[in-house]
Design a protein around this ligand. Structure first.
Ligand SMILES: NC(=O)c1ccc[n+]([C@@H]2O[C@H](COP(=O)([O-])OP(=O)(O)OC[C@H]3O[C@@H](n4cnc5c(N)ncnc54)[C@H](OP(=O)(O)O)[C@@H]3O)[C@@H](O)[C@H]2O)c1
Length: 233
């Protein structure tokens, strides 16, 4: 059975206009969850989502823009990702500092749950992807900040470390989940990463978890929340 929505809060999606972020928005709307998106490009967000979501435009580098975006939200899901070697879309600015700024402003605003799209191999400093200006190291620093801040008291987090991302519909593959950053390869649909982060809003076993995920064989899934039963408690 597909997961039933039991979440009544409003969710801010950062990186919503990206390929994974669009799926996060789609799956939140599928469950009837209220969505606000934070985008540097209002027209792009409007073109993608129309009136179905609230849009707050601003820069991830601006504390006041981020504070405005998180205000009144109950959860944040970040699908942000750097796209250039240096400058304002670099790993330092987006994958590390952008995410850290979101965390800091979210906690000040009373946000209770933080979901993050990270990556397989974030703990491996020697991984070739780090040639892209240390992107995995930057993601690791952001992860550590999420864990430190959102594990306190009633707060919670869910960090998904996907393998290589592909496009395609959700719930079409069996998944393989693991912890400890032991997987070296594998693929997963962005839509399944989105689904895992969305159901984590209301699945208790998803709280305060960091895990890797890749797909296995093609097989229709009625839901993904049972994969959280496979993670160490
Ligand atoms: N590609 C892979 O195989 C792979 C594997 C594992 C993990 N990941 C990670 O998974 C995440 C999602 O990947 P994806 O393929 O969905 O990424 P994507 O399509 O490139 O989306 C990235 C998002 O980040 C936003 N962004 C980039 N620079 C920004 C800036 N300076 N200010 C504000 N927003 C900015 C983009 O905004 P705009 O829409 O305005 O450009 C977009 O919404 C990323 O963190 C990526 O590193 C990727």
């Amino acid at each position: 059975m597909e997961s039933k929505k039991v979440y009544n809060g409003k969710v801010l999606v950062a990186g919503a206009t990206g390929r994974c972020g669009q799926w996060v928005v789609k799956r939140l709307l599928h469950y009837g969850v209220k969505v606000r998106v934070f985008s540097r490009d209002r027209e792009k967000a409007l073109g993608l989502f129309g009136e179905s979501v609230e849009i707050v435009s601003g820069k991830i580098q601006s504390v006041s823009d981020v504070a405005r975006a998180v205000k009144g939200c109950d959860a944040v899901i970040s699908a942000l990702g750097s796209s250039s070697y240096s400058g304002e879309s670099s790993p330092s600015d987006v994958d590390r500092d952008g995410v850290k700024r979101l965390v800091d402003e979210a906690v000040k605003a009373g946000v209770k749950h933080f979901g993050l799209v990270s990556s397989l191999a974030v703990t491996k400093w020697y991984h070739p992807l780090n040639l892209f200006n240390g992107v995995l190291l930057k993601k690791w620093e952001a992860e550590e900040h999420v864990r430190e801040v959102f594990s306190k008291g009633p707060l919670s987090y869910t960090i998904v470390r996907p393998g290589g991302l592909k496009d395609g519909e959700p719930l079409c593959h069996k998944l393989h989940v693991d912890t400890g950053d032991r997987l070296w390869s594998g693929w997963i649909n962005r839509s399944d990463v989105a689904e895992l982060l969305v159901v984590a809003l209301w699945v208790e076993k998803a709280k305060n978890k960091t895990f890797e995920v890749v797909n296995e064989s093609e097989k229709e899934q009625s839901g993904l929340e049972h994969y959280y039963d496979l993670l160490p408690q």
